[in-house]
Design a binder for this molecule. Structure first.
Ligand SMILES: *[C@@H]1O[C@H](CO)[C@@H](O)[C@H](O)[C@H]1NC(C)=O
Ligand SMILES: *[C@@H]1O[C@H](CO)[C@@H](O)[C@H](O)[C@H]1NC(C)=O
Ligand SMILES: *[C@@H]1O[C@H](CO)[C@@H](O)[C@H](O)[C@H]1NC(C)=O
Ligand SMILES: *[C@@H]1O[C@H](CO)[C@@H](O)[C@H](O)[C@H]1NC(C)=O
Ligand SMILES: *[C@@H]1O[C@H](CO)[C@@H](O)[C@H](O)[C@H]1NC(C)=O
Ligand SMILES: *[C@@H]1O[C@H](CO)[C@@H](O)[C@H](O)[C@H]1NC(C)=O
Ligand SMILES: *[C@@H]1O[C@H](CO)[C@@H](O)[C@H](O)[C@H]1NC(C)=O
Length: 393
């Protein structure tokens, strides 16, 4: 008896003829291979990847770009397996939907000489025959050519670090964003600190999450300092200055110049997207080319010492964020999560949003930055301010 796919789907028979294909990832001895490397499969079949020791992925790519994630394609994510594990390997399963070829690679090592893909770690379902242009051999050879170029480029680079493949693999604790092979430094782990804060003759206790590089939570004065930031201007897609240091109670005044910009809060790992859970946003501030004074302004008050990341969300005619129009308050400049790193992510993703598929670090953003925040709350600060004003009157 022969079932049509539709009747199968409707009655969910348990003995469907769909086959299960097992593929070993990183076969014994830590070889950078999928085994088998290429299979044929029917629509409805399942391919089960079994992850052996090391830390691999099964990520969909395309024939034309063997070592780059296909937009909207599947991705197992990194699956680390200890060297002493000999059975019960973790698995990741995909379902074959049609007869089109499916191209897969391991994205470990990113765009470095340590790239697993560049060392031939690729896999295919329903690729062309051996003499066809889209044969598995042609696919794997183009992956190997990418790897050879990465090794050659690194050897030619002046940095001695880059020449050694061992030094170029991303260190543990880093997340690799799935929108490319861009590496995002891990958020620092905060330590809770309870500290008395002195302002004039006022002293109060504040509890906050501190991490290396946290600024001091002491306000400069009861009313705070004022920082002016110029946004845009003729022929400029910039915030000037691009980043500032500010204390709680300070005010940041954004002065909007020519064109039509915003200042919108984002996050380190996802520089060009306003988090779903809030963040500030000035809205669009169009300024006529002829205006020479009385530029519109928009202000925020600094409530704590956590790094604040922001961008311009104008996308017409080009993405301003992708053109590096980003801004930061209190970035930790002597860490890898510095302003330049933030700006590099914005340009690497060319102004698109990274968060749909990036790890948890990329979402929830403002909180996840391992940041300082004064937990006395605005009421505590308001009270202290009121008390100071009262004594001054
Ligand atoms: C692997 O080694 C670790 C650390 O020595 C140990 O805790 C773990 O139980 C071992 N796992 C297996 C499967 O032997
Ligand atoms: C099959 O379709 C599902 C649902 O659209 C998708 O998640 C999956 O990645 C597809 N499988 C392949 C091999 O493309
Ligand atoms: C697996 O590799 C990724 C990317 O290099 C890395 O972020 C992650 O920390 C690694 N996991 C382990 C347990 O080594
Ligand atoms: C400013 O930009 C936004 C978004 O592109 C657009 O909707 C709006 O019409 C623009 N305003 C002016 C006055 O050009
Ligand atoms: C400070 O707190 C106020 C009130 O909750 C809020 O409107 C403002 O956006 C906060 N400032 C920043 C920089 O988040
Ligand atoms: C960046 O995005 C713009 C659209 O905003 C597009 O025209 C341009 O080709 C992209 N650049 C790269 C390098 O992908
Ligand atoms: C700042 O970020 C850049 C770009 O990621 C990086 O090259 C540099 O080493 C970082 N600085 C520090 C002090 O970590």
């Amino acid at each position: 008896m022969k079932f049509s796919p539709i009747s199968l789907g409707l009655v969910l028979l348990p003995f469907v003829s769909a086959a299960v294909h097992d593929v070993q990832v990183g076969v014994e001895g830590g070889k950078l291979l999928y085994s088998p490397e290429a299979i044929g499969a029917q629509p409805g079949d399942q391919v089960v990847f079994h992850f052996h020791a090391k830390n691999h992925t099964a990520t969909q790519s395309s024939f034309d770009n063997p070592c780059g994630a296909k937009e909207g394609g599947f991705d197992s994510g990194f699956i680390p397996v200890p060297a002493n594990q000999t059975d019960n390997f973790p698995t990741y399963t995909i379902t074959i939907n049609d007869t089109a070829p499916v191209w897969v690679y391991c994205r470990q090592g990113g765009k470095t000489p340590a790239s697993h893909c560049g060392q031939g770690m690729v896999f295919a379902v329903n690729c062309g025959f051996d003499d066809a242009p889209n044969s598995f051999a042609n696919f794997k050879n183009s992956a190997l050519a990418i790897g050879a170029k990465l090794v050659a480029d690194a050897a030619a680079a002046p940095s001695s670090d880059a020449a050694s493949p061992a030094n170029t693999a991303p260190a543990a604790g880093y997340t690799t964003a799935p929108y490319g092979d861009y590496t995002i430094p891990a958020a620092p782990v905060p330590t809770p600190v309870t500290q008395p804060v002195t302002l004039g003759d006022q002293v109060w206790t504040t509890t906050y999450d501190s991490y290396p590089g946290s600024p001091d939570p002491t306000p400069v004065s009861a009313e705070g300092a004022v920082h002016k930031v110029i946004v845009g201007g003729p022929g400029k897609l910039t915030f000037d200055p691009p980043f500032i240091a500010a204390q709680p109670r300070d005010t940041v005044v954004f002065e909007f110049r020519q064109k039509n910009h915003t200042v919108t809060q984002s996050s380190f790992a996802d520089p060009c997207r306003k988090p779903d859970n809030g963040g500030f946003d000035s809205g669009f501030m169009p300024v006529a080319d002829s205006l020479t004074s009385d530029f519109p302004t928009w202000s925020i008050t600094i409530n704590d010492t956590a790094p604040i990341w922001a961008y311009c969300r104008q996308k017409t005619p080009i993405s301003h964020c992708g053109a590096a129009m980003v801004f930061a308050i209190n970035p930790v400049q002597n860490s890898e999560r510095n302003f330049t790193a933030f700006q590099n992510i914005a340009t690497a993703i060319n102004g698109t949003a990274a968060a749909q598929s990036a790890g948890p670090e990329a979402t929830g953003a403002t909180k996840a930055s391992g940041a300082v925040s004064i937990r006395t709350g605005s009421a505590g600060i308001a009270l202290a301010v009121a008390a100071i004003f009262a004594t001054m009157l």
